[in-house]
Design a protein around this ligand. Structure first.
Ligand SMILES: [Zn+2]
Length: 317
């Protein structure tokens, strides 16, 4: 079974209307600056449940389960509600540091979150909503510091919650299509966080997004820390081959970065298909493919998935 560890749910009417402008990766990257008025519209709209659309794509490409998280403008409660409507298929993880919308600039001090506030929101997501781990954190929401030791100090309360619940956290690497925070996309600082919390699993999503500079630093951090995993969406088969040689398959994780925006991309291929092909091009070994497609995700999320099923059944007996 294929488990997609990296999916963003929740959408907006303006995003759904923009599909014809988002057929390639460069279209997605440029969308915010090329169609500013349309891009900014979602900040004034109510988020929608797009679980059915996701399930349709999962069925089309043979994905059994997806670990789902929020996107800008979508809260943790909606993510948990969407996942609860698709038992056995969708499992929710928390993003305690919301990603910015156009009316929510994190450079404004009032829009920052305190390290303790982030830890409290995460505790609520795990205990009250039953969420099973942490999705891609938006680091700039809780720190503006640059030294790795200072960044790790600001992340400490959140990391303590993660370590206590034996959970994992996804940390994005390389660029995003959103404004600001590019500095934190170079994962060299994550070495400090990972080494302080060996019982917390740290997943570097997109493992550098195919860019050599970021990928080399992902590899360095993963080689130095056994609790660091690399997630492969947006990467390339040549980087995946190198990662297999350097750290082996047990810390390499399948993901697609499916989102209401990325799902429209068709050139050169839909994101789900592209990630599947990357694995197939990187290795012909059936055992390694099985490890990448599902077993690594099970080693990270299996206990937590059973906890989510119990929570969901308790909430909807
Ligand atoms: Zn993502």
């Amino acid at each position: 079974m294929i488990i997609d560890s990296h999916v963003h749910v929740g959408t907006f009417p303006s995003v759904e209307s923009a599909g014809h402008l988002l057929s390639s990766a460069p279209d997605v990257v440029a969308f915010r600056t090329r169609h500013r008025e349309l891009y900014e519209r979602f900040a004034h709209e109510e988020p929608l449940d797009n679980g059915e659309t996701l399930i349709g794509d999962m069925d089309r490409f043979g994905i059994g389960k997806a670990i789902v998280q929020s996107r800008p403008g979508v809260g943790n409660d909606l993510v948990a509600a969407i996942a609860a409507r698709h038992p056995g298929r969708l499992i929710p993880i928390a993003v305690p540091t919301p990603w910015p919308t156009p009316i929510d600039d994190p450079r404004e001090p009032r829009n920052m979150m305190s390290p303790k506030g982030v830890a409290a929101e995460l505790e609520r997501c795990i205990v009250d909503l039953g969420m099973v781990g942490v999705g891609e954190i938006f680091v700039r929401r809780l720190t503006r510091r640059l030294h790795p030791e200072d960044i790790a100090d600001d992340l400490a309360p959140m990391m303590e919650v993660i370590a206590r619940h034996q959970a994992s956290v996804q940390i994005p690497t390389a660029w995003t299509q959103l404004p600001g925070g590019l500095y934190y996309g170079d994962p060299i600082w994550v070495d400090e966080v990972a080494s302080r919390y060996p019982s917390a699993r740290v997943i570097l999503t997109k493992m550098g997004r195919g860019i050599d500079h970021y990928f080399e630093n992902c590899l360095s951090v993963a080689m130095r820390n056994e609790n660091v995993y690399l997630e492969i969406s947006g990467s390339s088969s040549s980087h995946l081959r190198r990662a297999l040689q350097a750290i082996g398959p047990k810390r390499l994780l399948f993901g697609t970065d499916w989102s209401p925006v990325w799902r429209f991309v068709r050139d050169p291929a839909p994101v789900v298909l592209k990630s599947i092909r990357n694995v197939e091009e990187a290795t012909e070994d059936p055992d390694i493919r099985r490890q990448l497609f599902g077993l690594t995700a099970l080693s990270l999320y299996d206990v937590a998935i059973s906890r989510w099923e119990r929570h969901r059944q308790g909430a909807n007996p």
